[in-house]
Design a protein around this ligand. Structure first.
Ligand SMILES: [Zn+2]
Ligand SMILES: [Zn+2]
Length: 183
């Protein structure tokens, strides 16, 4: 295995028979420039081990990223730190063109395609970050969210509001009652 260098594209012919190990550190804010909601606090760090198998390349990697997300419950920003491992297989894009269709190998690792004899590391990292990101970001599992009545962040202060009545008929009555009181 030969040592790593910092690069954004890896030429497949440069992967030696014993495999290639590469360390990358990429600016996530540059990679995701089109996604202004993502604020990376640190570089995306990744270690890739590439091995050629015929015309394919197996990539096993580790990725570490830290970014600021907004909690879906209390809307406060929080730091999201994640370490993940992944395995992908790169096949030549020409293989797809020959067959005329993409053959999905659902049983095994993720299959990606390379063209021009090189692997686009930026694209790989972006795909892996997208898999790591939580569908519903939470600052913590026990986040108590925002009070729907007074707007207080209930993680910070107990506002003491009583839960809203959910029965629409009762809600209507309550509304009328409140109007009466305002007069
Ligand atoms: Zn929260
Ligand atoms: Zn409240």
């Amino acid at each position: 295995m030969s040592g790593g260098k910092i690069t954004m594209k890896i030429r497949i012919e440069e992967i030696p028979p014993g495999g290639l190990q590469v360390e990358v550190g990429e600016d996530g804010n540059r990679l995701f420039a089109d996604d202004p909601e993502l604020h990376f606090e640190e570089k995306i760090r990744s270690r890739l081990v590439l091995n050629r198998v015929g015309h394919s390349v197996n990539v096993s990697g580790k990725i570490k990223t830290k970014l600021t997300l907004q909690c879906g419950r209390c809307l406060a920003p929080y730091s999201f730190l994640e370490d993940a491992a992944f395995d992908v297989e790169y096949r030549p894009a020409s293989e797809v063109q020959l067959r005329g269709e993409v053959e999905l190998a659902a049983d095994e690792m993720d299959v990606l395609y390379y063209s021009g004899g090189e692997i686009d590391v930026d694209e790989l990292l972006m795909g892996q970050v997208a898999e790591i990101l939580p569908a519903r970001p939470l600052c913590r599992e026990t986040c108590r969210g925002i009070c729907p009545q007074c707007g207080e962040n209930r993680n910070r202060r107990e506002c003491g509001c009583v839960e809203e009545v959910t029965d629409p008929r009762l809600a209507k009555l309550k509304e009328l009652f409140n109007k009466d009181q305002e007069r």
